[in-house]
Design a binder for this molecule. Structure first.
Ligand SMILES: Nc1ncnc2c1ncn2[C@@H]1O[C@H](COP(=O)(O)OP(=O)(O)OP(=O)(O)O)[C@@H](O)[C@H]1O
Length: 268
């Protein structure tokens, strides 16, 4: 690949082994999820609403514990080693953009001079250098998302978890942010787990697509996306891209037909 590190699965950077999750209300959100993620991989996780995509990210982030199975790391992430970006940019409305982006460094007690330098560099990388002093209300939706990405990356995480980050944006802005995210990934070599409802977006970005089936949430297919990097607009009209989208779409349709339990409320 010309952009981003070559994925390696040995030893796995992150591994989920037989992870199941039953929430206290009885919903079985995940059933026997096993997957290995190589350092530097860009994984797209696609699946219908409610099939457990966000629950996988929450487990990887350590926000919830599995009911069964375990999560292993080649090296457990240090504080700030995992960055998270959600559909809502969740910026503090009363704070300037530079202060929003610096927040994780302030919490980690990084000296102010160093923190400010890192914030300035990252704002430049995401195209917000001229908006460091602005407040979130003065930014467009796409710019707020850039700020949110800058805040997630300011601790230099080895893993970036993204949960439908661009779903609320218009198509042009979304495609631009896809390209900018790929550029950051190529430069900084972090690993990405990217949840999306869009097969087209997932295939454009990722080197592998995990297709999930619902009730209970489980992995239906694990599809390598053997499209060259760097990726750009030309890929969107490339026959190989169309073929990969078709393959993932068919797997998704098949996942919806695959027999699960009648509800998610079975034993994990
Ligand atoms: N805290 C919780 N308590 C109980 N049930 C939950 C909780 N969080 C999620 N669930 C349920 O677990 C299942 C999986 O939810 P999850 O949010 O992981 O799915 P998803 O694939 O990310 O959905 P979407 O695409 O709509 O965001 C759903 O049935 C959901 O209702």
């Amino acid at each position: 690949m010309g952009q981003g590190p070559a994925p390696s699965l040995e030893p796995p950077f992150l591994e989920l082994r037989g992870v199941s999750k039953r929430y206290p209300n009885g919903t079985v959100a995940l059933s026997d999820i096993s997957m290995a993620v190589g350092e530097g991989e860009f994984l797209a996780i696609v699946g219908a609403s409610g099939c457990g995509k966000s629950t996988i990210l929450r487990h990887v982030a350590g926000l919830v514990a599995p009911s069964a199975g375990d999560i292993r790391w080649s090296r457990p992430p240090a504080a700030g080693g995992i960055g998270m970006v959600f559909q809502e940019p969740t910026l503090m409305p009363w704070a300037r953009i530079q202060d929003n982006v610096r927040l994780p460094l302030d919490l980690a007690k990084v000296p102010r001079v160093e923190a400010d330098a890192r914030v300035a560099a990252l704002l430049a990388q995401v195209g917000l250098a001229d908006f460091a002093q602005a407040y979130p209300r003065e930014l467009s939706g796409g710019m707020k998302m850039r700020a949110s990405i800058a805040r997630a990356l300011v601790t230099r995480p080895r893993l970036l978890l993204m949960d439908e980050p661009f779903a609320a944006l218009d198509e042009i802005t979304r495609q631009k942010l896809n390209d900018d995210l790929l550029a950051l990934w190529g430069e900084q070599c972090f690993t990405v787990l990217f949840v999306t409802h869009s097969v087209y977006e997932g295939v454009y970005l990722a080197n592998r697509a995990i297709v999930m089936a619902p009730r209970p949430g489980r992995i239906h297919a694990d599809i390598p996306l053997d499209l060259p990097y760097p990726r750009d607009e030309a890929l969107r009209t490339d026959a190989r891209y169309a073929a990969a989208c078709r393959q993932v779409s068919l797997a998704l349709a098949d996942a919806m037909r695959s027999p699960g339990h009648s509800s998610g409320e079975t034993a994990a």
